[in-house]
Design a binder for this molecule. Structure first.
Ligand SMILES: Nc1ncnc2c1ncn2[C@@H]1O[C@H](COP(=O)(O)OP(=O)(O)O)[C@@H](O)[C@H]1O
Ligand SMILES: [Mg+2]
Length: 236
């Protein structure tokens, strides 16, 4: 049994935070009307702004609509998707790209129906080269036949160019901004880098936003999350 309690959309699907993710899901669905929006990558300026958290919750949210969803690790330098889902990273994407394994040998099912995960596999010495190879482009193309949505967790674009490379073969990109953590200049540079490669920026998710003051609506969001996290911790 995989412990997916770190993902609030699994742990507490009725929480306002899970509801907020459903809101993002709806926005994506509406953006999907004219142009196919199937392969989506997530990035941010730096680490720890919440990319993996956002991608995991969005993927759960779509899987709950009976869509077939894959989360694919796109950070071949510092992979983390396997940790989020508590699964092994012994085999994964890099094995497929090197021709050592096939997709079915590497893909993981999860406790969420319709949600599959492909981890990184052995960390390669040449991540940018791998990410810009024809092999990975063909592989991502082939996933379109099996999945309704493929979410690729990309490295921070303010630090390495990998997310820009990935954006050239995805249909859209979500930019995560960690409130209070992101540097505005870095965020601008990141946006320019994405625009330069022609990324279709679908929108920005402002994460870790904690509103202070009397307007309790967003505080409520935050408190709910904190409370349920504490509950989650006690259980373990
Ligand atoms: N909205 C949030 N509120 C509180 N903590 C969060 C929130 N989003 C993410 N975190 C925490 O911040 C850390 C970094 O998040 P993560 O999704 O791993 O970032 P990234 O993938 O961008 O490096 C994790 O410990 C995660 O649990
Ligand atoms: Mg991450």
């Amino acid at each position: 049994m995989k412990n997916m309690n770190r993902i609030i959309s699994v742990r507490n699907p009725k929480s306002p935070i899970a509801e907020a993710y459903r809101g993002i899901r709806t926005s994506i669905e509406f953006s999907n009307l004219d142009k196919e929006l199937k392969v989506i990558n997530v990035t941010s300026s730096t680490q720890n702004e919440g990319k993996s958290t956002v991608i995991a919750n969005l993927a759960v949210s779509f899987a709950n609509l009976d869509k077939k969803v894959l989360i694919m690790e796109g950070d071949l330098r510092n992979p983390s998707v396997h940790r989020m889902f508590n699964i092994s990273n012994v085999e994964g994407l890099t094995d497929i790209l090197l021709g050592n394994k096939n997709f079915t040998e590497c893909v993981h099912c999860t406790d969420v129906r319709n949600l599959h995960v492909l981890t990184c596999g052995p960390i390669p010495p040449n991540p940018s080269e791998m990410l810009s190879s024809k092999k990975i482009k063909d592989f991502v193309e082939s996933l379109r036949d099996y999945y309704d949505y493929v979410f690729i967790d990309a490295p921070p674009i303010g630090i390495v160019t990998d997310a820009g490379i990935i954006s050239t073969y995805t249909d859209g990109c979500i930019f995560v901004v960690g409130a209070g953590e992101a540097d505005i200049e870095m965020a601008k540079i990141s946006k320019e880098r994405l625009e330069k490669v022609g990324a279709n920026i679908l929108g920005v998710v402002l994460n870790k936003f904690e509103a202070s003051g009397a307007n309790g609506y967003y505080n409520y969001y935050y408190e709910q999350d904190t409370r349920s996290r504490r509950r989650g911790r006690r259980k373990r």
